[in-house]
Design a binder for this molecule. Structure first.
Ligand code: NI
Length: 385
């Protein structure tokens, strides 16, 4: 490695990768990020959070934020890499180690140019992205106060290295979870007529849910409903009293989201009533739809083009991303940067291309400077008006 900056970031990334930690348990990761920032003379800002790190570079106003996520997943790594996870059953399978090293790199760049920085950059290394708790924690702790624009990234394994994609408006999906319990009447398997068969009923409900989402909504409304689990029965000759099943609904439009929920509840109740059974449907909201600010999305893409990226307009993404919660409070943009992994996110073989790290670090430093300069101009214009 001829570029010492890139080599440093890759070394950090590999250390993070070797020692991944689950959501809200990122104690060692927090300690490492703090230590690396302090060694670079970057000032830490204390907020009441148990994991995660907040730091700042520059002085005064305006203030923007760059966000990285630091948590890993309960997956047993199967990459055979020399720096593979040594925490059995835990893996950076979503590339948050990459995101963290990118924002650390941007921090080093901005620190080197701190004297000419037209304002302040707050760095948010947030815990608990995977369980959608981290953004809420940082906001509650006050880490978003005063922030005028916020930026973040996710690596995109399906895009080649050197490729950049974003879009204005809706980007990542509302990622809701639901559980349905159907309560019937247990019986001997040889005498279903003496019970209310929850297994057959569940299979009807699942088929009907698939027909509902594909037949009752416009095919152009982005909408996916997947059943991912079914729990029922313990043996071969008893019809179980209850079936519990559930899954996820992904949408990009809050009206569609609301309509699907209502229709699902209605459909389940109608089908179970017809069979003399009862049902409960419970929904848990995951990350909300991620809405990029149109202006900051186009600024992000423009800076990427000038930084040498091949820039594309991103497709709607069906994943959930808790960066969406910051964007409910402060305008900004979330972007995808190609990581060219053969295996996708959350896969035990996920192996993103480390060559993306240093260019992305340069990119975020430029983006931060560009955004601050623009906010300075806006303030001047507002002052003059
Ligand atoms: Ni992720």
């Amino acid at each position: 490695m001829s570029d010492p900056f890139a080599a440093q970031l890759i070394e950090w990334r590999r250390t993070l990768h070797t020692w991944p930690e689950l959501s809200n348990q990122e104690l060692a990761t927090t300690a490492r990020v703090r230590e690396w920032l302090q060694a670079a003379d970057i000032r830490l800002v204390d907020y009441p959070i148990s994991t995660g790190v907040v730091a700042e570079i520059g002085h005064g106003e305006p203030l923007i934020a760059l966000r990285a996520d630091i948590d890993a997943l309960p997956i047993h790594e199967q990459t055979q890499l020399p720096f593979a996870s040594k925490n059995a059953g835990v893996m950076h399978a979503c590339g948050h180690d990459i995101h963290t090293s990118v924002i650390l790199g941007a921090a080093l760049q901005l620190k080197a140019r701190e004297a000419t920085l037209p304002g302040r950059v707050r760095l948010l290394f947030q815990p608990g992205e995977e369980n959608c708790t981290g953004a809420k924690q940082l906001i509650k702790a006050g880490a978003l106060e005063g922030v005028q624009a916020i930026f973040g990234m996710h690596n995109e394994p399906g895009l080649p290295t050197g490729t950049f994609a974003t879009r204005g408006g809706a980007f990542y999906a509302n990622a809701d979870r639901f559980i349905i319990r159907i309560h019937g009447k247990g019986a001997h398997a040889a005498h279903p007529e003496q019970g209310i068969d929850t297994i057959v009923l569940t299979s009807q409900v699942i088929q009907a849910l698939q027909a509902l989402t594909s037949r009752s909504f416009n095919t152009l409304d982005s909408l996916v409903l997947s059943i991912t689990r079914i729990d029922a029965g313990k043996t071969w000759n008893v019809l179980p009293e209850e079936v519990m099943f559930g899954g996820t609904l992904r949408t990009h439009d809050n009206k569609v989201r609301e309509q699907v929920q209502q229709r699902v509840k209605h459909l389940v109740q109608t089908l179970v009533e017809a069979s003399g059974a009862t049902a409960e449907v419970s929904w848990t909201a995951g990350p909300p739809v991620l809405i990029n600010d149109e202006h900051w999305a186009s600024v992000s893409a423009e800076v990427a083009k000038n930084s040498g990226y091949k820039v594309q307009t991103a497709d709607l993404h069906l994943g959930g991303e808790d960066f969406a919660i910051y964007l409910q409070q402060v305008p900004g943009a979330f972007v995808s940067i190609g990581s060219a992994s053969e295996f996708g996110l959350h896969h035990e073989g996920f192996n993103p291309d480390e060559a993306l790290i240093a260019p992305a670090a340069h990119y975020f430093a430029h983006l931060a400077e560009h955004a601050l300069a623009e906010l300075v101009e806006q303030a001047k214009t507002a002052g003059a008006a």
